[in-house]
Design a protein around this ligand. Sequence first.
Ligand code: SF4
Length: 382
Amino acid sequence: MREIALYIHVPFCIQKCRYCDFVSYPYLQPESISDYFKVLTQELQIRTENDKLQNVVLKSIYFGGGTPSLVSPEILNDFLLLLRQNFRFSESIEITVEANPGTLNSEKIREFAHLGVNRLSIGIQSFQNRFLSFLGRAYREKEVHNLLTELIDTGLFLNWSFDLMYGLPFQTFSDWKKEMEHLLMYQPPHFSLYNLTLSHQVPLRIFLKKHFALFPGQDWEASIYRWTQQILRKYGYRRYEISNFAKPGYECLHNLTYWRNQEYLGLGVSSSSYLGGIRMRNASTLSHYQKRIKNCQSPVVTKDILNLKQKLAEEMILALRTSEGVETEKLFKTYPESLVQEKLIQLEDFAQSHFIHEREGRWILTSRGTLIANQLFLEILD
Ligand code: SF4
């Protein structure tokens, strides 16, 4: 039976963070969410037919955003029922909702759990008010602690995660140690660590240009990353992807689908899908997305059919992000020998420079390689 993952983009937030380049809009009135879910329902019908998804089994559902925790339990319930009518759910299905502090209380946590949501992923970014206000987050430290305490006290979610960010202006080693102390106090089964990256369109980019010297820089980031990994190992965490850490058995099933280059359907504005070897992207603005659906058109605006060489390169890059690494035998089973040989020469070059190493037929990034992973990925794509 064909198994796929499902992503649903919910593009509404309390306010726009100053570093955010995701497709998200300030949430002005409750109707915007209910209207959006009506459009999502129509998209589901269009896509199920167009992409021939009538007989698939869902192994994971991920409500990402945006701030999906703004969605009411009633709307979520209706949508999950609709999904059950259209697809079979795998017995071990993982259903994640992304949440932000200030938008979820113990009552809503209970209601989400009751609907079958079995994983929460919380966008915390920092436990310190000065960083939260610098980033333009809509909550403060107190609300972070309230949410985590309520989540743990309800005891309904064994599987949950939060994100933290490093590389912020004025951030010192002692600031980072404080973040880690909080992390170890709550010990989430899973968490993600990201460095602050600022694309050209975001307001903080202007700040970066003017005050570049205030940012701690790559060497600092590399040293705290190494320090953090050592500490976390002692607490039973394993880094299973460049930015993601988990206790055994709590790796995110949904994200593993992406990194294993397996199929997924993305619904909603700007979502991507990968089905039958074709990468697709939906319209990237809310008005364009809604207009297409209202005209009974598919919201997919780009389709890339990858050739074997591109597929191989993408599969290698995604696998290198993870601790599973690239499995040589699998490549030979899937791709022409000449293409694989070409790429293996490249991997051997990386290994000579100690950026990757080979273990039991798998190529895995070293700590040194992890720090320059994006450069290595560009070479593989070349
Ligand atoms: S909460 Fe997340 S998606 Fe929303 S504006 Fe902030 S960074 Fe962007």
